[in-house]
Write a protein that binds this ligand. Structure first.
Ligand SMILES: [Zn+2]
Length: 301
């Protein structure tokens, strides 16, 4: 069932070779990430000095208690679910250990929900959800000072995007204010289309690679033919899947042509779970360095 819906996603994704949207344009498409009628304070807003800068600049922290229902802010496809972590606190090693749900709204806009309570996710990668659907319960996992929900819009590479919400006066929640949600399914809401965002051509430019083929932003299944261009001289190019903590679990290496292009096939079969994926150049066939990779959730057998 999941494999079937993913095949549809891959077929449709070709219609959108490059995300055109660099910010969340329609406030009306999105609501606060908790059910209608509930009200929570904003502990930290956009640009908050505690942790909302650089890649997390446009995030919000809502003071939701342990076990409060988290709802999809907009309609889309669930592309990432992590809910096995149990520990929260302010130790550095917890930065990569927050339970997370990510929903892809298409055209390069994704929403992510962090610090969720262990074992509470009620959605799975590949599932299509309508705005307002309960997706998990709020918690205190990962790098977190107290139970809360960290919510933000991100691009396919994982960088924070400015966003706005249709049930917030002025669109952008402010630190120190409280907001009542109007996040409920409206009669006019349609089921989302099975379209997911694709990686921009510049996704791996820090690694010296320009992407020249269509690659889904987050979910992968089966084998994918990938083409690219080397931005500086190197004999080999590599596609890799790595543990979110570090080690490479699979790679595909090819020679770069005299025209600085390459084409390879990356096989995602047989790897299951949350990983990072990237393309990079190699000075020799034994080692490579990379600065940029993107989260990827490998689906299927
Ligand atoms: Zn936060």
């Amino acid at each position: 069932m999941r494999a079937a819906s993913f095949a549809i996603v891959l077929a449709l994704v070709g219609c959108h070779p490059e995300p055109a949207v660099q910010a969340v344009q329609s406030c009306e498409a999105f609501r606060l990430p908790y059910p209608a009628g509930l009200q929570y304070d904003v502990l930290q807003g956009n640009g908050g000095s505690f942790s909302h800068f650089e890649r997390n600049q446009y995030a919000w922290d809502f003071a939701m208690p342990q076990g409060a229902v988290v709802a999809a802010a907009g309609s889309g496809a669930v592309v990432d679910v992590i809910d096995g972590f149990t520990v929260g606190g302010l130790r550095d090693e917890l930065r990569t250990r927050a339970n997370t749900v990510v929903i892809d709204h298409g055209r390069g806009v994704l929403s992510q929900y962090l610090h969720l309570a262990p074992g509470t996710a009620t959605v799975r990668p590949g599932q299509l959800v309508v705005r307002g659907t309960p997706i998990a319960k709020s918690g205190h996992t990962g790098f977190s000072s107290e139970p809360h929900l960290h919510f933000e819009f991100v691009d396919p590479v994982g960088h924070s995007l400015p966003g706005c919400l249709g049930d917030v006066s002025g669109g952008v929640p402010k630190q120190g204010s409280a907001y009542v949600s109007a996040n409920r399914r409206e009669p006019s809401d349609r089921n989302p289309l099975p379209i997911i965002s694709v990686l921009p051509s510049r996704a791996f430019e820090l690694n010296g690679v320009e992407l020249q083929s269509v690659v889904p932003a987050r979910m992968h299944g089966g084998a994918l033919r990938i083409s690219g261009r080397a931005l500086w001289r190197a004999p080999y190019a590599i596609a890799f899947i790595a543990e979110r903590g570090g080690g490479t679990v699979r790679s595909s290496i090819v020679r770069v042509t005299d025209a600085s292009t390459f084409e390879l096939i990356m096989n995602f079969r047989g790897v299951a779970g949350p990983y990072r994926f990237g393309l990079a150049l190699m000075e020799n066939a034994a080692q490579f360095l990379w600065k940029e990779s993107v989260p990827v959730f490998v689906v299927g057998p």
